[in-house]
Design a protein around this ligand. Structure first.
Ligand SMILES: CCCCCCCCCCCCC/C=C/[C@@H](O)[C@H](COP(=O)(O)O)NC(=O)CCCCCCCCCCCCCCC
Ligand SMILES: Nc1ncnc2c1ncn2[C@@H]1O[C@H](COP(=O)(O)OP(=O)(O)O)[C@@H](O)[C@H]1O
Ligand SMILES: [Ca+2]
Length: 500
């Protein structure tokens, strides 16, 4: 049996299609003349979270009965209001291996057509075209969802456009980090056609255009946390996957110069930045997510219908309601200021992972136990250590071993965090470092004379979902379930999986 919610479409077979293989078989085996036939298209699960569109044709001698089947299936599909009818599609022709248009035309558009979904397709002509179109021009009322064909950078454009539009329409000040943001009503579908596609992989379990198209067609819905990133009272960006300073920031900066190489640029830059081995000094402060259930060291994973996300999401909205009734101004974090913790040090990497960040390079991701929609982000601090130790940490992203179980790595589940690089610290902070800086001046002279000594520059950049941030001192705050995807989270493997 197939649940009605996983039907793609039903098709009446035309007279001229009557020689179609499957139906002919039924006809012959029945040994009788058939009045009519219809084909049901449905989701079939394959290995490793992939979905395919399978079909089965039913023949029946009684034409009226056949019609009844077709119309009642159509009726069932029509009453399911979560299925989209009209979609706005943005294609980034420059992402990944530059195959986005081809992927859409070949694998996705025919499925949408079969499912009776109407589309308005825009192939972007320049960076930020999709974002700006969503911000100002797009007639969003006409659509049931937005589809993004591209990588994480393209997805980032879409959420910036949608979130911006939703807040501006409701008079919310984006530059104020304390504002409670309004959730976006349109769901977003991701057809992977980029370089890493970590947002697709971590929410669906695979980077496969057909699987993503089917999740859109059946009208799946997966809420997702979004981090807002500010510098003082200036809005910088939103992030849903990785916010990485140090290693991942440097890899991204270096790889942008190698865009012509396609997705392989990240591996080359990864090896280069691993060998360069820069560390950065600064202060990280964070607000622990004390009232949330779950920790970054849990063995349990965020999966379809995750109970942790449901519980934490409901608890947060209850608390927010209570604050509203009390007339409290602070609409953001309800923990008190005294709960902020501060860590100063030298770091190879500072990572905020709002989701696991699983991708083909690391199928368990940067923070394997992170949740998609629990209102928290996992703050991972990798302190200065030897190249050998850092390699051990990196390698553990690709094996069963725990990448956090190392004495130079710590991880905290947080609602909010801030970072200030050492050279931006206040005078009083700097005074504390005065003694060390004498030494530094001597060394920096030596370094200028001997560039090969590998001394570290003062600043890295933040990698924000694959885009470089212009500021280094940032304030990050999680907004629980601000957007929704046409996805359902990663499913536990079922007995129905096709093991062939
Ligand atoms: C030695 C093997 C180490 C493997 C370590 C793998 C950790 C991978 C974690 C990846 C997290 C990715 C988070 C997602 C980020 C994306 O948003 C973002 C944008 O995606 P888009 O291009 O689709 O728009 N992508 C990225 O920033 C790419 C990050 C890629 C990091 C690759 C790191 C490779 C490290 C290789 C080290 C090799 C050491 C070898 C020593 C001899
Ligand atoms: N038509 C276009 N021309 C050039 N750049 C574009 C275009 N459309 C989108 N972009 C930008 O391309 C960058 C990379 O896109 P993305 O889809 O993330 O691919 P990749 O995964 O290969 O990085 C993003 O910064 C996005 O804003
Ligand atoms: Ca989260």
């Amino acid at each position: 049996s197939v649940p009605v919610s996983e039907l793609v479409a039903v098709r009446e077979e035309e007279e001229e299609n009557r020689d179609d293989g499957s139906w002919k078989k039924i006809k012959e085996s029945e040994g009788q003349d058939c009045g009519q036939a219809f084909t049901v298209l449905y989701v079939e699960r394959c290995q490793r979270h992939r979905w395919r569109c399978a079909e089965v044709t039913f023949a029946c001698a009684d034409e009226a009965l056949c019609q009844l089947w077709v119309s009642s299936i159509r009726e069932q599909l029509a009453t399911n209001t979560s299925r989209p009818e009209h979609l706005l599609v943005y294609i980034n022709p420059c992402g990944g291996k530059r195959k986005a248009e081809h992927i859409y035309e070949l694998k996705v558009a025919p499925l949408f057509a079969r499912a009776g979904i109407r589309t308005h397709v825009i192939v972007t002509e320049y960076a930020n075209h999709a974002r700006d179109h969503l911000k100002t021009e797009a007639e969003l009322k006409k659509f049931d969802g937005v589809v993004c064909v591209g990588g994480d950078g393209m997805f980032s454009e879409i959420i910036h456009g949608l979130i911006w539009r939703t807040q501006i329409d409701n008079g919310i000040d984006l530059n104020c980090p304390e504002e409670t943001l309004l959730p976006c009503s349109l769901r977003i579908g991701i057809i992977p056609a980029g370089s890493t596609d970590c947002i697709c992989f971590a929410t669906v379990g695979t980077n496969d255009p057909v699987t993503s198209a089917l999740h859109i067609i059946v009208g799946d819905s997966q809420p997702l946390d979004v981090c807002s990133v500010h510098h003082n009272s200036l809005f910088l960006r939103y992030s849903v996957s990785l916010l990485g300073y140090g290693f991942y920031g440097d890899v991204l900066t270096d790889s942008e110069r190698k865009r012509w190489m396609g997705p392989a640029r990240y591996d080359l830059s990864g090896v280069k930045m691993f060998l360069t081995h820069h560390y950065y000094e600064g202060t990280v402060s964070y607000l622990p997510a004390r009232d949330a259930i779950g920790t970054p060291r849990d063995a349990a994973r965020c999966r379809s219908g995750c109970a942790v996300c449901k519980h934490n999401g409901e608890k947060l909205s209850e608390t927010a309601e209570r604050y509203k009734m009390d007339g409290a101004l602070d609409s953001g974090d309800h923990e008190s200021d005294s709960e902020w913790r501060t860590i100063r040090g030298k770091f190879l990497a500072i990572n905020g992972a709002s989701m696991s960040c699983a991708c083909p390079r690391s199928p368990k991701g940067l923070s394997p136990a992170a949740h998609l929609a629990d209102g928290t982000t996992d703050l991972i601090l990798v302190r200065k250590c030897s190249r050998f130790d850092f390699l051990r940490h990196l390698l553990r992203h690709t094996s069963k071993d725990d990448q956090f179980d190392l004495n130079f790595v710590e991880v905290h589940r947080v609602r909010r965090f801030r970072f200030t690089p050492r050279h931006c610290q206040s005078d009083s902070d700097l005074e504390l470092d005065l003694r060390e800086s004498g030494k530094r001046q001597i060394f920096s002279q030596i370094c200028r004379d001997h560039p090969a000594c590998g001394c570290t520059p003062a600043y890295s950049s933040w990698n924000c979902d694959g885009e470089i941030l212009t500021h280094t001192a940032i304030d990050v705050r999680v907004h629980c379930q601000l957007i929704k995807l046409f996805a359902r989270g990663i499913e536990e493997p079922t007995v129905f999986e096709d093991l062939a």
